[in-house]
Write a protein that binds this ligand. Sequence first.
Ligand code: ISC
Length: 372
Amino acid sequence: MTDNQFFGNLQDHFDKSLPFVAYRKPNLNEVNAFLQSDNRVYKTINFQEKGFIFSPFNNLDDTILIPLEKSEKINLLFNFSNIEKLSDLVKNEDSLQKQQHIILIKQGIEAIKQKAFKKVVLSRKEIIDIENRNTIDVFKNLLKTYKSAFVYCWYHPRIGLWLGATPETLIKIEGKRFSIMALAGTQEFKGSLDVTWRQKEVHEQKVVTDFIVENLKPLVENSNISETVTVKAGNLLHLKTIVTAKLKRNSTLTDLISALHPTPAVCGYPKNKAKQFILENENYNREFYTGFLGELNLENNRSPRASKRNIENRAYTVIKKSTQLYVNLRCMQIKDKQALIYIGGGITETSNPEKEWEETVSKSLVIKSVLN
Ligand SMILES: C=C(O[C@H]1C=CC=C(C(=O)O)[C@@H]1O)C(=O)O
């Protein structure tokens, strides 16, 4: 399929008000899409279904499914050779927004000092007029600009239109083996990955890793924790640890998701107290921001490794169910000719409110730079 046919199909589906998702996994050239054939809202019941899911921050709300069996699946090998240099942006300082966000951060720090919880991720929504900017063109810009991110465009006429380029994996699971990413701590990328991290960021990220390890314990065996490394995501650097393990025979994907989501990378610690503070104090609805999205139970045909092949099993391929879910960060919703950009950051006792505000400004550039 050519670029024109692929993106033309997406545009056509959008013009007919039919649901679709198009996405590209980190560092791959293949762009996939599920084009749903009707406009019904399907939901997951137990994460046993096959398709593409889109789940909100609030784990009590429904997870939307684009079912494999109701969709046409198309794909494209996207050519990244002619990457456009997108213009550099001047950071905007909206004083009212700044004032409001700083008040929220101070409330968070105060609650931590009062021992209500140890960490909370506080966020805001920034609104930008985009006139008649074509959504599919914005999606192409995201694909070209953020090769190491999970880039997507998700549309349902009854729910909304979302796009993003997230650096964070929630879970990758194949058969019973899985990996989980603990990503947190932010600083601006200034040309090198060899940087020093302050105690605040190290602590904020460790809270995420510890939470994952602790909550997985009853469900898994053979777990392993990687070293913590610095990774680049657009104009930013983060700290990342990978936890790998095997699900116990009786544990399910639903158990895993409810043990994890929302992690302290997007909510806080302890989870329920931080979540309650967010729902009561952020003063807006995050909807799908800091939720998760991705492929659910798709079958991957794998040929056995060459070394394992012999005459008898040469024709034999292993079919494994694979789920790859990403945390919905660095994203926007497009509504009424406006882009609603969602950005947040982890607050701990030693947070500096002014710096936390600036962090959200830096994070907002990930999306703003593709809207030009
Ligand atoms: C909540 C966001 O980022 C999370 C992921 C990486 C780093 C984060 C931080 O440094 O605060 C956040 O935990 C966001 O980008 O809106």
